[in-house]
Ligand binder design. Structure first.
Ligand SMILES: Nc1ncnc2c1ncn2[C@@H]1O[C@H](COP(=O)(O)OP(=O)(O)OP(=O)(O)O)[C@@H](O)[C@H]1O
Ligand SMILES: [Mg+2]
Length: 389
């Protein structure tokens, strides 16, 4: 079920990116190398089943903003600086493509510009042109199991014959969200369920007025929300139905001698941390940004309902260097249940993550505006083919 390969084409600086992913992949690189672009591209892929990829792209400024702004092809002479970077007459269609391949199945989506005859005010919405699910190596011939081309979707039946699915799709609808019918194509359900469980955590807000610091109605919370507002309930859920001992160990690892507690006042939960030297426990409102962020990451990483893929963007933000080894251990342990991608800047976290078993490090760099993987031999690039439009 783990994702072996992730492919992105024409998304901002990721003109042509094929990444090998392992159980724990750590992505780093200098400012502007394309780390956040990679994080956002993964989020977009998740948006196909979560809250709509077309809407997510429109909010980013639509195709004019997100498409690779360089030339369609980059010649060797341009790379060597012998020829200026210039555009040429387009050979292929304008296409933003995202895809991944797991051990068993692959999925790819191809988005393009609206056709001139589609009269609409929603000019920022790209159109979904093609979606494919395949098994094995690449989306070719007999390996293709489900194929969406424009409005039409067809899937193979048990005997391998193509069956057209009723109910044509609109250009802003993904086939993954529109066909909930198990019988139509079990692979569609499998991909949809997998992507649905992907989780992303990016810069928790912990300022004075952050909702993380306020008591909230407590309800079973096996999955910490995006902004961490349900932290106390999520930690209590781990204590009741998750790995309570591991949570205690993680707190003690970072803050020796400290103990976590959850207070309940008329159903409203708040977080308390008992620390050595204090006569009373401190409330969430009184904890430091770094302490809260560490506890938020603990709640995310110890979730009793672990996702298939967990992506952390710069989890080191406002953590003191001394906490980073404890964070790396927590991340390393979470790979027992989830595949993890960490985007990070912090040398000390990178070094500590490299000590974790099964970790793989990818350093991004920019060459003529294009994000590349530093030191990756072209022969080691995982094989990848996009389907033609
Ligand atoms: N449409 C586009 N086409 C090509 N490149 C783009 C496009 N939009 C943004 N970029 C480039 O992407 C880069 C930004 O990448 P990103 O934000 O991923 O960097 P980063 O590695 O996260 O850097 P930092 O460490 O500073 O956060 C910028 O250098 C910008 O030039
Ligand atoms: Mg960034």
């Amino acid at each position: 079920m783990t994702i072996a390969t992730l492919a992105i084409s024409n998304y901002r600086s990721l003109r042509d990116m094929v990444l090998p992913l392992g159980p724990l992949t750590v992505i780093s690189g200098p400012n502007g190398a394309g780390k956040s672009n990679l994080y956002r591209a993964l989020r977009l892929l998740a948006a196909t089943v979560q809250d709509g990829i077309v809407a997510a792209l429109a909010r980013e400024g639509g195709m004019p903003s997100i498409l690779w702004a360089g030339p369609e092809t980059i010649s060797r002479a341009m790379l060597r600086g012998e020829q200026p970077v210039q555009g040429a007459v387009r050979q292929g269609p304008v296409a933003l493509r995202l895809g991944f391949r797991a051990d068993d199945l692959g999925y790819a989506i191809d988005l393009g510009l609206p056709t001139p005859q589609s009269r609409t005010m929603f000019g920022l919405d790209p159109e979904i042109k093609r979606e494919v699910i395949w098994h094995g190596g690449s989306p070719r011939g007999g390996a293709v199991l489900v194929d969406r081309n424009g409005a039409a979707v067809r899937a193979r039946d048990e005997k391998g014959r193509w069956q057209a699915l009723p109910q044509p799709l609109r250009p802003f609808e993904s086939m993954l969200t529109e066909y909930a019918d198990r019988q139509a194509a079990p692979e569609m359900m499998a991909i949809r369920q997998r992507i649905r469980s992907w989780r992303f955590y990016d810069h928790f807000r912990t300022d004075h007025d952050s909702p993380v610091r306020e008591p909230r109605v407590g309800t079973h919370t096996p999955v910490l929300s995006d902004d961490g507002r349900d932290l106390a309930a999520a930690l209590q859920t781990i204590r009741e139905i998750g790995d309570a001992a591991e949570l205690e160990r993680c707190v003690d690892d970072a803050f020796p001698g400290s103990r976590l507690d959850i207070a309940n006042q008329d159903g409203r939960f708040s977080l308390l941390l008992r620390q050595p030297g204090m006569l009373r426990p401190l409330r969430a409102a009184e904890l430091s940004d770094g302490t809260l962020r560490y506890l938020l990451l603990a709640a995310a990483l110890l979730s009793p309902r672990p996702p298939t893929l967990l992506v952390l963007n710069e989890p080191e933000t406002s953590l003191h260097a001394d906490l980073l080894p404890a964070l790396a251990r927590m991340i390393g342990n979470a790979t027992r249940h989830s595949q993890i991608v960490v985007v990070s800047h912090a040398a000390r976290l990178l070094a500590a993550l490299e000590q974790q078993p099964d970790s793989q490090s990818l350093v991004l760099e920019k060459q003529l505006g294009q994000t590349q993987i530093l030191g990756l031999d072209p022969l080691d690039r995982p094989p990848w083919n996009w389907m033609a439009r």
